[in-house]
Ligand binder design. Structure first.
Ligand code: SF4
Ligand code: SF4
Length: 303
């Protein structure tokens, strides 16, 4: 279906706002989106050890929703949840895509490298399929903290040897561009924004963890409305109390993400505004340590 200039400008404005760019960048982004819509590059999405939460997050976007944006700018060649194909038909769709090559590969979930048959697609261990598919891709997106860093499947004692996608790529010697889009789940804007930017002349800056700095460039803490209260040591001591949530276990200082100003569910709210500490869901170490502190209680209490 042909799209109007107005639609490209509207999507570009949304993307520019999501990337924290000024309105001056909108015409350039609109031209990039127009080019993308003309080509509609293929998207292949695979799931390893995941709860499918990142797929659900993607589909939960507001209007124009990420799902709508995805179909406008990408051609979804395979997605385990969205594709109608099942069984042999689904396996044939994956093979057709891999043979064609040149797609964007999104991988959700960790890779069970210590127990390969813990997760298979058909009869093939997921790590084998991911390395095969990555070798033919133009770029690989590790979507969510499980795919980016191991996440909850890699929590101690990690019986399946769950590992991030980067480890599969390193073992297979695959050298295509690779980006991590962490979060448990990943925010829909982070996924779509990264996908669009990586396909537009690879126009994206990443940090040492392969995260796009547009979304993960600063700690949550620095952008938090309670930052001044943290500095004045005005802490909430019990859940529901007013103040900075640091003493209740908030990990905003250790977590790089733009949740405070982007918000979730269409910008309605985010963890700290909802009075829950940031649990560091986008951190590389999220949930891996057996003593990982999701919450702290009674910190600094004398009675
Ligand atoms: S609530 Fe968390 S992110 Fe906000 S200032 Fe306190 S410690 Fe930092
Ligand atoms: S505020 Fe922290 S825990 Fe909440 S979504 Fe953002 S990174 Fe994850």
């Amino acid at each position: 279906m042909a799209h109007t200039r107005r639609e490209f400008l509207r999507d570009a404005a949304m993307l520019a706002a999501g990337l924290g760019l000024g309105s001056g960048s909108v015409p350039r982004l609109a031209r990039a989106l127009e080019g993308l819509a003309a080509r509609r590059p293929g998207l292949v999405w695979l799931q390893g050890q995941s709860c499918s939460g990142c797929s659900v997050s993607l589909l939960n976007g507001e209007r124009p929703g990420p799902a709508e944006l995805l179909t406008r700018y990408f051609s979804v060649w395979f997605h385990p949840t969205l594709s109608a194909a099942t069984g042999d038909e689904a396996l044939a769709a994956v093979d057709r895509a891999v043979n064609a090559g040149g797609y964007l590969l999104a991988v959700e979930g960790a890779m069970p490298l210590g127990m390969p048959r813990a997760c298979t697609v058909g009869d093939e261990p997921i790590a084998s399929l991911v390395s095969r598919a990555a070798a033919r891709a133009r770029a690989v997106l590790a979507v969510g903290t499980c795919a980016s860093f191991g996440g909850i499947p890699a929590a101690a004692a990690n019986p399946t040897g769950a590992a991030p996608v980067s480890e599969v790529l390193a073992r297979a010697g695959v050298s295509v561009p690779h980006l991590n889009v962490p979060g448990c789940p990943a925010h829909p804007h982070w996924i779509v924004g990264t996908a669009v930017l990586v396909l537009h002349k690879n126009d994206i800056t990443v940090d040492e963890e392969h995260r796009p700095t547009a979304f993960f460039g600063r700690p949550v803490h620095d952008q938090c409305p309670h930052f001044a209260r943290y500095e004045r040591q005005e802490f909430a001591r019990t859940p529901g109390e007013d103040g900075c949530l640091f003493k209740l276990g908030c990990q905003g200082a250790l977590t790089h993400a733009d949740c405070p100003w982007r918000g979730w569910n269409g910008g309605t709210n985010w963890c700290v505004r909802g009075r829950a500490p940031c649990t560091g869901c986008a951190r590389p170490g999220f949930a891996r340590d057996p003593a990982y502190p999701f919450f702290r209680l009674n910190e600094g209490r004398t009675a």
